[in-house]
Design a protein around this ligand. Structure first.
Ligand code: 5RP
Length: 231
């Protein structure tokens, strides 16, 4: 079994009966959703909120009952993937372009579990380009502004057109290599007109499940679990 599958399937064990579950997006949480569908067919009663068109399609095809974000007050548990996680469980998300809905769902969640393969654990964020979701109107100005700040922005392209999110926004990836001060960068990006959301998810997650060769390791930040991070 591969690491993504080990981590993704393990997370499905944390879903309790009669709860509202946030379903993230990506190739790791795919395995969570598949496992969850088995538990649903065995009688588990949950309602799920999806973070993307692709997750909605997958959940529908597997018979997982979905509910709209506007119909729930809180989400009990959200399970999602991540592109990078540091030792403080801060992360970069948005490799799949679903960061806006993922962050809205995360903000409404009482608990969040990230599921990743071992390559996602890093000493310092930034090796993975940081995704920024921007409105198409005037995006060239945002690009120029980010360039002037030395953040190495590159517009994400799919085919020969700008990549388009589920909300019909564009994605700009910041190729920074190292993010020295994530909180400072977050404040800066939060204050920039034209940016809808960014992929820095700071201080949001307490539990990470890592696929490690042949097992899944469950780590809790509040319990002081040590992380084995890639250099
Ligand atoms: C999508 C995401 C994904 O969770 C992230 O890219 C990880 O994906 P994968 O599990 O396929 O590696 O943030 O916007």
């Amino acid at each position: 079994m591969n690491e993504k599958q080990l981590a993704g399937e393990k997370a499905a064990e944390f879903i309790e009966n009669k709860t509202v579950v946030g379903l993230g997006t990506g190739s790791t949480v795919y395995f969570t959703i598949k496992k969850l569908s088995e538990r649903v067919s065995e009688g588990l009663e949950i309602k799920a909120v999806s973070t993307s068109t692709s997750t909605t399609q997958l959940a529908n095809s597997l018979g997982i009952p979905l509910i709209s974000m506007n119909e729930v007050e809180r989400i009990d548990l959200t399970i999602d993937g991540a592109d990078e996680i540091d030792a403080h469980f801060n992360g970069i998300k948005g490799g799949g372009g679903a960061l806006l809905f993922e962050k809205i769902v995360a903000n409404a969640s009482d608990q969040i579990i990230w599921v990743v393969d071992s390559s996602k654990m890093v000493q310092q964020l930034g090796g993975f380009p940081l995704p920024i979701e921007v409105v198409p109107f005037g995006y060239q100005h945002v690009l120029a502004w980010l360039r002037k700040e030395g953040l190495n922005p590159i517009l994400r392209i799919k085919g020969n057109k700008p990549f388009m999110t589920d909300s019909h926004h564009f994605i700009i990836d910041l190729h920074m290599k190292r993010i020295e001060k994530p909180n400072q960068l977050e404040n800066f990006l939060n204050g920039m007109t034209g940016i809808v959301e960014h992929g820095l998810f700071l201080n949001m997650v307490d539990t990470v499940i890592i696929g490690n060769e042949d097992s899944a390791e469950v780590l809790n930040l509040s319990e002081g679990n040590k992380l084995d991070c890639r250099q």
